[in-house]
Design a protein around this ligand. Structure first.
Ligand code: GLC
Length: 469
């Protein structure tokens, strides 16, 4: 059992939480080379202190079966690895340390960025570093929505020669496509995320209700359960003006047959009737059907997850990382009571999950290409993918790992929902995504707060069209 696992109190911060993680506060069994993590220093360094080398911490003691220890050599090539912070039973720092222990040529220093729910901050920290073209970080992880921007700017090293076609064929083809920019592989899939519906199996069974397939069915059951006092909240989702709001909205709109951009990718469709109806449904969850508290407007992943694993909600929209937490008695009061299903859809529409997940990238300006490729190869290997899936609840991007018996035994929902992961709906694919997301976030946010859905989405459509036209 890892240090983090034993120390984790109920509601301890996880990968989507911006609070200081328990394991950072806990005295780590740090090895001699390891300094304590301090992401504020990194962010300051990234923004203000040009050239300052600020590294994240590596906590030791993360040795696992199957990852043999190798004595540290005197002269290793040192490289840096910047990634958003993810948590589960282990930290990314511990996984990086497993690599350091597994060989004697390369020493990776981990630069810890904020969690993925602070998407804008993670993006900003990476852009500030990569735009310097200094070669730091050598390796990084990137949200699927930044691939085009980083590749277009020439910051991501094309990886085709290191991961030739035969190797690429071991990953889900759709993800390799998402990692390919103008014919070149500029990223390598790490994990795939998709939105899904968590529900209380026990309550649904007791009520004799089926897992809802349409939004109306879901809202009906949620309202009933709230009325009967079985739960405080019917449905929890993420309405905070942040990246995750774009994900929730892509899902709602696509499940009504609509989209954010028009088919040509050069105009906006976010003010179409279908999109307006979808955003109206989200507004209604707070104001009409009242199955969601108005707090969802300031909640991202973790604030919405907490009441659900605390047993206070019937339904939750969230990512796969929630499942292992829901099944962990130290942080959940709903162990064995949770089911996971595709998100509902509108009558006549089809369920849609937003495509999420992070990918690896190598800095085009790295001075340590060989070491970076070695580390990347280890991180992307089947063993590490399986380990990460089991420890962090992050879905593998290699079908062979995804379908493995071990994963099936521990996280059965992933395999049951395989079509959800492989058929997920991308957010707009454009090198200008950083601008598009801000326009979507603010437009939808205003619509949800004011209730003037058509007017706010018309205005958002105009802004978006100016960006992508
Ligand atoms: C998850 C997804 C990522 C998304 C983020 C939004 O981490 O993997 O793609 O952007 O959530 O909060």
């Amino acid at each position: 059992m890892s240090k983090f696992e034993t120390d984790m109190p109920v509601g301890a911060p996880t990968r989507h939480d911006a609070a200081t993680p328990a394991c950072e506060a806990a005295p780590a069994a740090a090895s001699a080379v390891n300094a304590p993590t301090d992401r504020r220093r990194f962010l300051q360094g990234a923004g203000l202190m040009a050239g300052a080398a600020v590294f994240g911490g590596l906590s030791g003691g993360a040795m696992m079966a199957g990852f043999p220890s190798v004595a540290r050599a005197q002269s290793r090539t040192e490289i840096t690895f910047a990634s958003a912070r993810f948590f589960g039973k282990q930290t990314i720092a511990e996984i990086v340390d497993m690599y350091n222990q597994s060989q004697s040529k390369v020493q990776v220093k981990y630069i810890e960025l904020p969690p993925p729910s602070s998407s804008t901050e993670v993006h900003q920290a990476l852009v500030q570093q990569l735009a310097r073209r200094s070669g730091t970080p050598d390796v990084f992880t990137q949200d699927v929505v930044w691939i085009a921007e980083f590749a277009g700017a020439g910051w991501a090293l094309p990886l085709d020669e290191y991961f030739p076609a035969a190797e690429r064929s071991n990953f889900f083809p759709g993800l390799i496509e998402a990692c390919t920019y103008e014919g070149k592989l500029t990223a390598l899939p790490w994990f795939v995320d998709s939105g899904m519906l968590y529900y209380r199996k026990d309550l649904l069974e007791a009520a004799g209700a089926k897992v809802p397939e349409t939004w109306d069915e879901m809202a009906g059951i949620a309202a009933e359960m709230q009325k009967s006092g079985k739960v405080d909240f019917g449905y929890l989702w993420q309405g905070k003006q942040a990246e995750v709001l774009v994900c929730d909205v892509v899902e709602a709109i696509a499940s009504n047959g609509g989209s954010i951009l028009g088919a040509d990718g050069k105009s906006a469709a976010i003010n179409s009737d279908k999109a307006v109806q979808a955003v109206q449904f989200l507004h209604d969850t707070i104001n009409k059907t009242k199955i969601s508290p108005s707090d969802v407007l300031s909640w991202d992943e973790e604030p919405s997850r907490l009441p659900f694993t605390g047993g206070r909600a019937a339904f939750l929209r969230n990512w796969s990382y929630v499942y292992p937490i829901a099944q962990d008695p130290s942080g959940s009061s709903v162990v064995d009571k949770v089911g996971v299903a595709p998100l509902p859809h509108f009558a006549g529409g089809k369920s849609a999950a937003c495509l999420g997940g992070y990918q690896y990238g190598i800095n085009a300006n790295t001075k340590n290409r060989e070491a970076a490729v070695d580390f990347l190869t280890w991180m992307a290997s089947p063993d590490t993918q399986l380990h990460t899936a089991l420890q962090l609840g992050l879905a593998p991007t290699r079908p062979a790992v995804f379908d493995s018996a071990k994963l099936g035994a521990e996280q059965p929902f992933m395999q049951t929902l395989k079509p959800v992961f492989t058929g997920a709906t991308p957010r707009p694919v454009t090198a200008k995504y950083a601008q598009v997301t801000l326009a979507v976030q603010s437009g939808v946010s205003r619509a949800l707060v004011s209730g003037d859905i058509q007017k706010e989405l018309d205005a958002a459509a105009q802004r978006i069209t100016t960006i992508v036209a």
